[in-house]
Design a protein around this ligand. Structure first.
Ligand SMILES: [Zn+2]
Length: 232
């Protein structure tokens, strides 16, 4: 089953991760096998995340510590790796994983990235490898930016499994929002509102152009599976 680009309610996302709630954006090793990141590219989103032109790389801005862990206003200050207590922040924990990876001490950290399409509508963007980070001055202060590369992994339990080789590009959130509205939250073939999925109509391997709402549509699981069974 294709998990990537599946549409999930908040509850379904929490259930998938075996947690009661997911409130922080960055969750280092939420699971012994991987970390979880939540992202939002909505216009009012507090952090500046972006997708590179290669279609498989995300630059994810580090998050500020919560106010209760800190005695200043973290929104106006440089992002930090360490709390005053000496404990690592979430940023610090992800940075350490990059450093260990670059020293050859461990594989890149695997990160499941979920994105918020709109209120109550989430989508699994894919499973990524954390390959680098940098410190960027955004004009007001220094923030961390993490570099994530999309993998072909269908799930993190079986690292050998690959999926959707022909569709290894990220569907931008703006496109997903537009498609969700245009298709009115329903399968375009049968009108079902269950188990929906963003389907990329024309794979890159067959000359699909850059992703726009024109070549993405909503399909239910049944129609999505019928499509992938079709011999072309
Ligand atoms: Zn359908």
């Amino acid at each position: 089953m294709k998990i990537r680009d599946a549409i999930l309610s908040y509850r379904e996302m929490c259930d998938l991760e075996n947690v009661q709630t997911l409130q922080r954006g960055m969750n280092f090793r939420l699971n012994p096998l991987y970390s979880v990141i939540l992202m939002s590219q909505r216009t009012n989103a507090p952090y500046k995340d972006k997708i590179y032109d290669d279609g498989i790389t995300i630059e994810y801005e580090g998050h500020d510590v919560s106010k209760k862990d800190y005695f200043h206003n973290p929104k106006t200050e440089d992002q930090v790796e360490l709390l005053p207590s000496g404990n690592l922040t979430q940023n610090g924990r992800f940075i350490n994983a990059v450093k260990e990876y670059k020293k050859g001490m461990q594989n890149p950290e695997l990160i499941k990235v979920y994105e918020k399409i709109m209120n109550g509508v989430w989508s699994l963007k894919g499973i990524f490898e954390l390959v680098d980070y940098k410190v960027v001055n955004d004009g007001r202060r220094n923030v961390f930016r993490f570099i994530l590369k999309l993998t072909n992994l269908g799930n993190v339990e079986n690292k050998k499994q690959t999926i959707e080789i022909s569709q290894t590009r990220i569907i931008p959130t703006e496109v997903k929002k537009e498609v969700w509205k245009r298709d009115m939250g329903k399968c375009v073939l049968c009108g079902s509102k269950e188990n929906l999925h963003f389907d990329h109509d024309l794979p890159y391997s067959r000359g699909g152009t850059s992703l726009s709402a024109k070549n993405v549509r909503l399909l239910c699981m049944k129609h999505n599976l019928q499509k992938s069974d079709k011999i072309e």
